[in-house]
Design a protein around this ligand. Structure first.
Ligand code: NAD
Length: 280
């Protein structure tokens, strides 16, 4: 059984989900249908991925009850103006073909856009919670000072912050800021997007070998044991199954520490720096 994490608004989120970044729109229904067959019950998409329709189609075709699949989407960067937040949320519900969404995130803070005003965007996100069609509101790629600003202005913390985290980029400053506010961390790029080299790192290979598991499984297990929420992505059914099969072993404290020690700080990032990222 995939463990649930209880969020600060008392809702539960499955700790293991399935990611859909760069899953092409015309393949999404097939890919997500396979992920649901494998057993994933939490799907992470975004307006910016252009594949919400395919996610919705797969959920409907699966025959699973709506409440048995946890769905996350994200507000795209061109929709930060408060008036746009509600209309683009409505579009997301329509594209997914659902009458409520479990979790909606501000995708990027964009501190150099919109006069640096992501606070009004956050207030508009909170407004979506009022009529029950959004269950939980969160953010993504928020740095500690971005979190301080929205919490200071509204008194309300996001339930999650979805940020880049993997062994080469532990993102500890953000993780500890989240912990101090009761914000759950969602680790995007949990496998370093398959291109950081972390899947071949000796510390990872050693841990994998010791448990008869693959490098990807060792890394994903490391995330689980740190308490973060993950949604690795793969277009291939065998890898979807591999990435889901991480509940029957545990890394030792020494193995966790050896993987923790791989953190390269900012130079380990595979994605953009949220302080300067400004693509709209
Ligand atoms: P990831 O770390 O999940 O890596 C995916 C890649 O790793 C695959 O394309 C494949 O090349 C490789 N891979 C997958 N399984 C493997 C296996 N078992 N063995 C070897 N290689 C394997 O990267 P991701 O997709 O960028 O991140 C996961 C999810 O996080 C995304 O799909 C998306 O939903 C979310 N995300 C969010 C943001 C954000 O800004 N909020 C940014 C990036 C990703």
């Amino acid at each position: 059984m995939v463990p649930n994490i209880e969020l600060s608004d008392s809702t539960d989120i499955p700790q293991i989900g399935f990611g859909t970044f760069l899953v092409p729109p015309d393949e999404t229904a097939r890919v997500v249908a396979e992920a649901l067959e494998v057993g994933y019950r939490h799907i992470d998409t975004a307006q910016g991925y252009g594949n919400e329709e395919g996610v919705g189609e797969a959920v409907r075709r699966s025959g699973l009850a709506r409440e048995d699949v946890y769905l996350t989407s994200k507000l795209t960067n061109s929709k930060h103006a408060p008036d746009d937040v509600r209309s683009s949320f409505e579009e997301t519900l329509e594209k997914l073909g659902v009458d409520y969404l479990d979790l909606f995130l501000i995708h990027w803070p964009l501190p150099t856009r919109y006069d640096g005003d992501f606070v009004s965007t956050w207030e508009a996100m909170l407004g979506l919670l009022d009529d029950g069609r959004l269950r939980s509101a969160g953010v993504s790629n928020f740095e500690p000072d971005h979190l301080e600003r929205i919490i200071g202005a509204t008194g309300r913390a996001p339930v999650v912050n979805q940020v880049e985290v993997h062994p080469y980029f532990g993102n500890e400053a953000v993780r500890s800021a989240c912990a101090s506010h009761g914000i759950a961390v969602e680790a995007w790029g949990p496998l370093g997007q398959g291109k950081s080299g972390v899947l071949e790192d000796p510390a990872v290979l050693d841990a994998a070998r010791a448990h008869g598991k693959t490098p990807a499984q060792a890394i994903l297990r490391w995330h689980l044991q740190r308490g973060d929420i993950i949604f690795p992505k793969s277009m291939h059914r065998e890898r979807m199954a591999e990435n889901f099969d991480i509940l029957d072993f545990a890394l030792t404290a020494e193995e966790v520490a050896a993987i923790d020690a791989l953190d390269k700080g900012a130079s380990g990032r595979v994605g953009p720096d949220p302080k300067t990222f400004d693509r709209v």
